[in-house]
Design a protein around this ligand. Structure first.
Ligand SMILES: [Zn+2]
Length: 407
């Protein structure tokens, strides 16, 4: 990784005219149709056993034929169409990866009207050019955008997306100069909390913000309204729109909270260690079940605690990506350690004290240490990270390469 610069995305709201909005909608519609057709074609190949590794290039090579057969596709930028094929390819790559890792595979799915929200110009300049406060899109027109913060670095790709309150352009830039934060000489480990969002090795508890629960309640209500109405009716679409706005609000609040939490950690610490959750999830059950007295599976409190934890886990991935990017930008480091009994072992003496998820306090029968369960885990994560490179990985920024289909 280049040390002086990072790659990052700048997102701006677009201000299209009603006609431009229609044109954007049409492009989105055509991209979605192409996505589904390409998926269908792959599925047929797969079922017939005609699987060849070059399918991405094969499908890409067929695009000119598509334009001859369906002239309306000539109205869509060629590189945007190629990117749609690339998305299908990525969906399949991810599917194969999941199969290989023994996860629930989840076959790539067809995208309905409500599930396909964006299209991408994979090469800046090829159909999308920014000119002052105006984004020029080939075959669509010049759309003003709200440049609320300046762009930096070299412009690489432009993704146009439709959200509940309008259209946005996400511009991915490379070689964005870092803005290093002063070094503090401090390190910490962090763990997902049972009741709180996260706990540091220093014993700081970062609470889940309260307004989340309120917004989430509003979202559930809106979802309920959608389910009560007749699907496809005018009132149903209205409820769907309302629900999408609520969802967007929850999403923004959560992302805002993640950014603030990450920034404060990056300010305070030079190195932040955390556990690789993907592996931990697979290894959790044996850890939680100590000696076959069945305390874990039948205990209601433990079940609820487990549920809370898994909800936190879901947000944790997004947070981890934000934290890693912020750290890279600030000249700090996030390291991922392989999980190994971090919540069971005593951070004082190393004795393994088995406990189910409902046990909130770590009580060591060997050295007498009494500590909050999550704090004990965070201390173990810190110790494991400091112990050295035996598996510790500098976390990647989670940035996806937009050019090459195979990563
Ligand atoms: Zn101990």
């Amino acid at each position: 990784m280049d040390t002086a610069t990072v790659r990052t995305t700048f997102k701006y709201q677009l201000r299209p005219t009603p006609e431009q909005e229609q044109a954007l909608d049409l492009v989105l519609w055509r991209c979605r149709t192409l996505y589904n057709v390409a998926l269908e074609q792959r599925k047929t190949w797969w079922e017939r056993g005609q699987w060849v590794s070059a399918t991405y290039y094969q499908q890409k090579a067929e695009l000119p034929d598509l334009k001859t057969a369906c002239p309306e596709y000539a109205e869509v930028n060629a590189q945007v169409l190629q990117d749609v094929i690339l998305r299908v390819e990525r969906a399949f790559q991810a599917f194969f990866r999941r199969v290989k890792n023994g996860e629930t595979p989840g076959y790539p799915r067809f995208q309905g009207r409500g599930r396909y929200h964006s299209f991408t110009y994979p090469q800046y300049g090829g159909g999308a050019v920014l000119d002052g406060g105006v984004l020029s899109l080939s075959k669509i027109g010049r759309i003003p955008l709200r440049l609320h913060r300046p762009l930096q670095g070299t412009l690489k790709t432009v993704t146009i997306s439709r959200e509940a309150d309008g259209w946005y352009a996400s511009i991915s830039c490379a070689e964005v100069p870092r803005e290093p934060l002063p070094l503090t000489g401090r390190e910490t480990g962090i763990d997902v909390g049972l009741k709180v969002f996260l706990v540091t090795a220093g014993g700081e508890h970062v609470e889940n913000p309260r307004h989340h629960r309120k917004a989430e309640k509003g979202l559930r209500k809106a979802q309920h309204r959608v389910s009560r109405r007749t699907k496809g009716s005018k009132r149903w679409w209205k409820a769907v729109g309302h629900c999408a706005k609520k969802y967007q609000k929850v999403k923004r609040q959560r992302s805002d909270f993640h950014h603030k939490t990450a920034l404060s950690l990056v300010r305070d610490y030079d190195v932040i260690y955390l556990e690789d959750l993907q592996i931990r999830n697979l290894s959790r059950r044996p850890n939680a079940k100590p000696d076959g007295n069945g305390g874990y599976a039948h205990n209601g409190a433990a079940h609820k605690a487990g549920l809370n934890k898994s909800i936190n886990d879901a947000g944790w991935y997004a947070f981890r990506r934000i934290l890693t990017c912020k750290a890279a930008w600030a000249g700090k480091r996030v390291e991922v350690i392989p999980p190994a009994y971090t919540s069971q072992d005593c951070s004082g003496c190393g004795e393994r004290i088995y406990k189910s998820l409902s046990v909130r306090t770590h009580v060591c029968t060997n050295c007498g240490l009494v500590l909050d369960r999550d704090e004990n885990a965070a201390l173990n994560i810190l110790a494991s990270g400091r112990a050295g490179p035996s598996g510790a990985n500098v976390a990647g920024c989670g940035e996806r390469s937009l050019r090459s289909p195979a990563r």
